[in-house]
Design a protein around this ligand. Structure first.
Ligand SMILES: [Mg+2]
Length: 236
């Protein structure tokens, strides 16, 4: 862990949600596996194979969505049309139902990142003001925080839909600070994505904690680089 020589007095903590506090990957995999078994046990006897096809397609469609080349509705259905099409499944009604069930069920999974509740309780008890700052869809993120009892810790959730731009755009950070009258030098961003969370915060001029459990090597120097959420206690 890299540590600054001078300890700052932070007051406002901005947390990313997916893969920082809530285990998006595990939740998504579990939901898709269950749905494959429910819907397509004959056409796709090994759900693992579907996951191998689905995720690269989903990732590339998200890239297009972020560039503004796709809208939300198209992104949501097309990732399933394309990946299920690979297995010879083309019936639109079934694909739509599969998509709808995925959107309903995935955010209701209760798989959190180890130590998430402990650290949030600790930080809340210490009097920090905490906010969620996420690029996810508002209605989906709301389900996750309610189902997982996260709302008790946070003053507010700020989504890219509210701000009109996504992380790493500096405008979302500007918006998030202005909304709660937070000063930049009293605020810190905590997130798992080196580009959206960390580079975004750095370019805006705000301190940042890279939650890096896989110990990824990178060129960007965050204020702190931690392997476990409990490491936040070393400076907060
Ligand atoms: Mg994330």
């Amino acid at each position: 862990m890299q540590k600054r020589i001078q300890k700052k007095e932070y007051k406002h903590l901005y947390f990313d949600l997916d893969q920082t506090l809530w285990d998006f990957q595990a939740s998504s995999r579990k939901t898709l596996t269950d749905l494959c078994i429910e819907f397509f046990h004959q056409q796709i006897p090994e759900p693992e194979k579907f996951l191998e096809v689905y995720y690269p397609i989903n990732d590339s469609l998200w890239v297009k969505y972020r560039k503004g080349e796709l809208n939300k509705a198209t992104l949501r259905i097309k990732r399933f049309q394309d990946s299920l099409g690979y297995f010879g499944i083309y019936e639109n009604g079934v694909i739509e139902l599969f998509c709808q069930k995925y959107i309903e069920q995935a955010p209701r999974q209760t798989i959190t990142i180890p130590g998430a509740h402990d650290i949030l309780e600790y930080l809340k008890a210490k009097g920090y003001k905490m906010y969620l700052l996420t690029n996810g869809f508002k209605e989906i993120q709301e389900i996750k925080i309610e189902t997982n009892n996260f709302s008790q810790y946070f003053e507010k959730m700020i989504t890219s839909e509210d701000a009109g731009v996504q992380k790493p755009n500096r405008k979302i950070f500007e918006y998030a600070l202005k909304l709660v009258n937070a000063r930049k030098n009293e605020s810190i961003m905590i997130g798992d994505d080196i580009n959206t969370d960390i580079l975004g915060a750095k370019q805006f001029g705000m301190d940042c904690v890279y939650f890096n459990p896989l110990r990824r090597v990178h060129e960007i120097k965050p204020t702190y680089d931690i392997a476990f959420l409990s490491d936040l206690k070393m400076f907060l």
